[in-house]
Design a protein around this ligand. Sequence first.
Ligand SMILES: Cc1cc2nc3c(=O)[nH]c(=O)nc-3n(C[C@H](O)[C@H](O)[C@H](O)COP(=O)(O)OP(=O)(O)OC[C@H]3O[C@@H](n4cnc5c(N)ncnc54)[C@H](O)[C@@H]3O)c2cc1C
Length: 416
Amino acid sequence: MQYSAFSLLKNALTGHRYWKPAWREAQPRDRYDVVIVGGGGHGLATAYYLAKNHGITNVAVVEKGYIGSGNVGRNTTIVRSNYLLPGNVPFYEWSMKLWEGLERDINYNAMVSQRGVLNLCHSDAQRDAFARRGNAMRLHGVDSELLEKEQVRKIAPYLNFDDARFPIQGGLLQPRGGTVRHDAVAWGYARAGDRRGVDIIQNCEVTGFRIDNGKILGVETSRGFIGASKVGMAVAGNASRVAGMAGMRLPIESHVLQAFVSEGIKPLIDTVITFGAGHFYISQSDKGGLVFGGDIDGYNSYAQRGNLPTVEDVCEGGMALMPMIGRVRMLRQWGGIMDMSMDGSPIIDRTPVDGLYLNAGWCYGGFKATPASGWCFAHLIARDEPHAVAAAYRLDRFATGHVIDEKGQGAQPNLH
Ligand SMILES: Cc1cc2nc3c(=O)[nH]c(=O)nc-3n(C[C@H](O)[C@H](O)[C@H](O)COP(=O)(O)OP(=O)(O)OC[C@H]3O[C@@H](n4cnc5c(N)ncnc54)[C@H](O)[C@@H]3O)c2cc1C
C-alpha cells in the first residue's frame, strides 16, 4: 500500500477500515542470505539498504522485543552533522543528506524537521573551539554559522542573558540540523524493508551464534536455529553481551541515558538548543512537550531506566539555561542503554569470525547516524569492504591507536 494524499482521503471516507498493517508478522524461516540481529533503527535501515541498494532481499531482522522498543524509540530525536574530525564529518554529513530525502525514499512521514541545532558558548575558549569546528564543517561543505550573543538572543529570547552564572557569549548554529520523530523512523524503515521482501521477526531473541572453523553458520534464537551465510550485529546497548556470544570482547561499556518530556505548552522553542556550560539539550515536540536530556548516568547498567541524581543534574542544567523552565511540570522520563565506545566513535566493521559483522559503539549520538549507518553496514555486508565514508570506523583502531576521539577525552567511555 502506497501512502499518499489520495490514500489518506480514500481511507478517511471509508471509516479508516482498509489500512493494511505496516509490515507482515513474519515467522522465522530455516535459512536466509543475511540475518541482522537487532530491530532498532540501524538494523532495520541496514536490511532496507541491503534490499534496495544491493538487491539482497532474502534477509531477516531478528528482534528480541518489538520494533521501536530499544533506543530508536527512546532518544531525544536530535539530528545534526556538526562534527570536527575527518573520520566523522563525511559520515554524519552523508547521514544528514539521507535524512533530507528519507521520507520520499521510504514513503513514510518521519516528521524530519530541519529547525536548526544551536550550541551555546559561554567563554572565549569555547567560542574559539566553536569557530574551529564551524570552519572544519565548512571545509567539508557542511553548513554552520558562528553567532554573536545578540543573534542568539533574537533566536531564543527566553534564555537567561541577564544574570546567568555562565553568561551566554554566542553560539554555533547548524541550520540544517533538527529533529526527526524517532519511532516513525523505525516503523518507516520496517515497512520499507518489508515491502522489498525483508522478514521482520519480533519477539525472537538471539541466544548464541553457530560458528564452525571460524565461519558463521547462523544464529541460535529463542525460536530455534536460523541459518545464514552472513550475520550483522546491530544491537546498540547490548553489543558487548551479544558479541560475547561469539567469543568477542568489545571496547565498549553500556551506560544508561535518560530522556525527559514536559507537559505540553504553547510553541516556545523552535530550534534545538544545547547548553555549553553543562550537559543539557532541549527542543519542543510538535505536541508541545519540551523534550530534554543531559549526561549519561555514569555507571554500567543494562537497565532501561535511570537514577534520581542524574534527573537532578539535568534539571539543574535546564534551570541554569532558562530559569522559567522551573514552572513547567515534567510529564515523562525513561532510560535507554548506550553502547559507549572508548573513543566516543562507532564501529562498522568485519569481525574475526568470517561472515559476522559488527555495528556498534554509537554512544548517545546514534540516532542521527541511522540512515548512513544502515547504508554503510549494508555496503560492508554485501561487498565485504567498508564504505568510503565509514572506512575509519575499524574495530582494530583501539589496538593500533588510530582512535577518533571527537571530544579529546581519552579512553573514558563515561565522558564521551
Ligand atoms: C535517552 C536517549 C536519548 C538519545 N538522544 C539522541 C539524540 O538526540 N540524537 C542521537 O543521534 N542519538 C540519541 N540517542 C542515541 C540513539 O538513540 C542510539 O545511538 C541509537 O538509537 C542506537 O541504534 P539503534 O536504533 O539500532 O538501537 P536500538 O533501538 O536499541 O536497537 C537495538 C535492538 O537490538 C535488540 N536486541 C538486543 N539484544 C538482542 C538479542 N540478543 N537478540 C535480538 N535482538 C536484540 C534490542 O531489543 C533493540 O531493539 C539517545 C539515546 C537515548 C537512550
